[in-house]
Design a protein around this ligand. Structure first.
Ligand SMILES: [Fe+2]
Length: 163
């Protein structure tokens, strides 16, 4: 019998695929920064801060405004995986502010500490999303809900592109 794609593959929300691709891009960037930090030499972290405030914050916006609210219908937000993801997004923003502040102040050790914490946090966070949250989304969301996530994400992407 010829292999046919499973219905799950056919109905997988494209936003979840897109977010997974973003994760790979972020992990590549984290690996570069981690390698730079480990050399102990001079290392300009301003481009990393710009990448975080632009690309990672846009990625978080898709999760927070398109994916998480639809998943919350099934999982709730007071506790459980969405509460953990939200708390880690808040922690990330705090560390990003610390990185920006230390860059502005020329505090090199502070920059390196903040960047190292961001690398650690994002690796752990992405691992949870890729291995727990996104498979859960594909499982609990109906086809209509996945399409709703896609529509919300498309509206956000359009808004960002025209802003
Ligand atoms: Fe993510």
């Amino acid at each position: 019998m010829k292999d046919a794609p499973s219905s799950n593959v056919l109905t997988m929300g494209s936003t979840i695929d897109l977010l997974g691709q973003h994760h790979q891009d972020v992990l590549d960037r984290l690996a570069e920064v981690d390698a730079g930090l480990r050399t102990g030499g001079v290392f300009d972290l301003a481009p990393f801060a710009a990448f975080l405030s632009r690309d990672v914050c846009a990625h978080f916006a898709i999760e927070e405004e398109a994916l998480f609210p639809i998943m919350a219908r099934h999982l709730g937000t007071g506790q459980g995986p969405l509460a953990v993801m939200d708390a880690e997004h808040v922690a990330f923003r705090g560390l990003l502010h610390a990185l920006q502040d230390t860059l502005a102040a020329g505090d090199v050790p502070g920059q390196r500490d903040a960047a190292a914490e961001i690398v650690h946090l994002l690796r752990s966070h992405i691992h949870k999303e890729d291995h727990v949250l996104f498979p859960m989304a594909s499982h609990v969301l109906s086809i209509e809900e996945q399409q709703e996530v896609d529509r919300r994400a498309a509206a956000l992407t359009h808004t960002a592109a025209t802003a």
